[in-house]
Ligand binder design. Structure first.
Ligand code: AMP
Length: 496
């Protein structure tokens, strides 16, 4: 077992041979062995130093997903620079805000993306060139860079909306990310024989840290494709041992009749996170493939907090117990006392994986952390007698109608169980009478015309009157972000 305390040590202690595959690029992405990736990362680190980037300085990266983006990530780690991954789809005004907040010493960007218009020091890497995108570092030495990060050095800063307001940078140390990588690699039994199918975006913790760092800890390879596509999964998954994804990946796969047990024939575990997996997807996936999806829960500020077990009961609709070394508790929203087993409350977490605070926002430490050092996740949920956590929703998505609390997930599950419904989202909108009114936005299964009045009648039978949506809107699709999360704030604006 690795004793790594930094991501640099984690990479250097990977239990594989130097020429073992690290990145197996697909769909035009390039490939690197462990040794090639590490020496290229050393060259990136020397290039950063030559460009005046000092340890602790931020380096912003806006590129399409590519193997070279992963090399830049490793290069920042080796240089002790703090990587700030940016969504390639971020607009100029979003970037202006993020770059002003992060004040990076260098912006590394693809020539086609908005970050190239920054007035900050800029380096271009053209993702279309594959491995040649990094030709500018060919002359840099491959010797180890002089600075070696410690456990407390910052490794990355990931922008997230957190519980409220504009995006904030979650500042993550080497210790935060390394402890989580080791806990997950052990919990999920990663080894050098693993090949992880990687279809997630790389500007988010799930794709950048959870997937990549688990593979490194085990010494296996990452089969890297630019994006999720059903055809790529049908081609690649049959030779991969692990897949990590968001729930929309799995619902899209199930919508394709070609996907089945044969596609998953060598997969030892299929993992879902970043958004709630419908219990129905869980059940249908098992029926179709024989594989029980392993659902886990985490966030930018903490990486993964809980996971259903690799060996042992995976309970559908739950995100499993806290990982080894991580403490998760549910407290009463008003009294902050521990809730009894099964009672809904605010989820709080502590552990070596939990960040120390938001970048440049010391005033938030008092509100986002408790006096005894737990982070207030902003999620609401329960813990059962076996320690399994169930997420009921985000605190800010809670609906208070006529003074009564309504948890959207309960209503969504009741709606999803109605005939002809593919998916749904329940929101609260301002209402003169009730304070907030419960409103449902529903997507029908292809070819089905929903009877909205009939649905409300059916919901009255299973839900208390105050929980039955006052209005039901049928739409073609719900707005999802890149991680497959339903964007409820957009729905609240639309239906206000
Ligand atoms: P992010 O910081 O973008 O990763 O978003 C984190 C949030 O995603 C969490 O606070 C949860 O609200 C949600 N989330 C992550 N994983 C799950 C899951 N397995 N089930 C339900 N919600 C989840």
């Amino acid at each position: 077992m690795s004793t790594a305390r930094t991501l640099v040590e984690l990479f250097e202690q990977h239990p594989s041979s130097a020429d073992a595959a690290f990145i197996e690029g697909r769909e035009g992405l390039s490939s690197y062995s462990y040794a090639q990736a590490w020496s290229r990362a050393a060259q990136v680190a020397h290039m950063l130093a030559a460009r005046g980037v000092n340890p602790g300085d931020r380096v912003a990266l806006q590129t399409p997903k590519s193997s070279e983006a992963l090399i830049v990530y490793l290069g920042c780690l080796r240089a002790g620079a703090v990587l700030v991954p940016l969504n390639p789809g971020a607009t100029e005004s979003e970037l202006n805000y993020l770059l002003a907040d992060a004040s990076p010493a260098l912006v590394i960007a693809d020539p086609t993306l908005a970050a190239v218009r920054t007035s900050l020091p800029l380096m271009l890497i053209d993702s279309h060139l594959g491995a040649n995108a990094l030709a500018a570092i060919d002359d840099q030495p491959t010797t180890p860079p002089p600075f070696v990060p410690t456990a407390h050095s910052l490794a990355a800063m990931v922008y997230t909306s957190g519980t409220t307001g504009r995006p904030k940078g979650a500042a993550l140390s080497h210790a935060n990310l390394t402890s989580n990588a080791l806990a997950l690699a052990s919990e999920w039994s990663f080894s050098s024989s693993d090949r992880l199918l990687h279809l997630l975006p790389m500007f988010h913790v799930h794709g950048l840290f959870v997937a990549t760092n688990c593979a490194i800890a085990g010494g296996g390879s990452v089969v890297l494709a630019p994006r999720f596509e059903v055809d790529v999964v049908l081609d690649q998954l049959p030779s991969c041992t692990v897949m990590m994804g968001v729930p929309t990946f799995y619902t899209r796969l199930l919508a394709d009749p070609r996907f089945g047990a044969d596609t998953c024939r060598v997969a030892r575990v299929i993992i879902s996170g970043s958004a709630p997996l419908l219990a129905s997807t869980h059940v249908e996936f098992e029926t179709r493939t024989g594989q029980v999806i392993l659902e886990r829960y985490g966030m930018s500020e903490t990486s993964v907090l809980t996971s259903n077990p690799l060996h042992g009961a995976r309970k559908p609709g739950t995100v499993g117990p806290a990982l080894a070394g991580v403490s998760v508790r549910v407290v009463h929203p008003a009294t902050h006392q521990l809730q009894p087993v099964g009672e809904i409350g605010d989820i709080e977490a502590a552990g070596p994986n939990v960040f120390n605070g938001y970048w440049n926002r010391p005033e938030l430490n008092a509100t986002e952390f408790t006096a005894d050092g737990f982070f207030r996740t902003g999620d609401v949920g329960t813990i059962d007698a076996d320690g399994y956590v169930t997420i009921v929703g985000r605190e800010k998505d809670l609906i208070i109608t006529g003074g009564l609390n309504v948890y959207p997930k309960e209503i969504e599950e009741a709606i999803d169980a109605q005939p002809g419904v593919a998916s749904s989202a329940v929101i609260g909108v301002p209402d003169a009478d009730f304070g907030e009114a419960v409103v449902a936005v529903v997507v029908a299964i292809d070819g089905v015309t929903l009877d909205v009045a009939g649905m409300r009648e059916a919901l009255r039978v299973v839900l208390a009157a105050y929980k039955v949506p006052k209005r039901i809107h049928v739409v073609d699709a719900l707005p999802h972000n890149a991680m497959g999360k339903v964007e409820k704030s957009k729905l609240r604006n639309t239906y206000a």
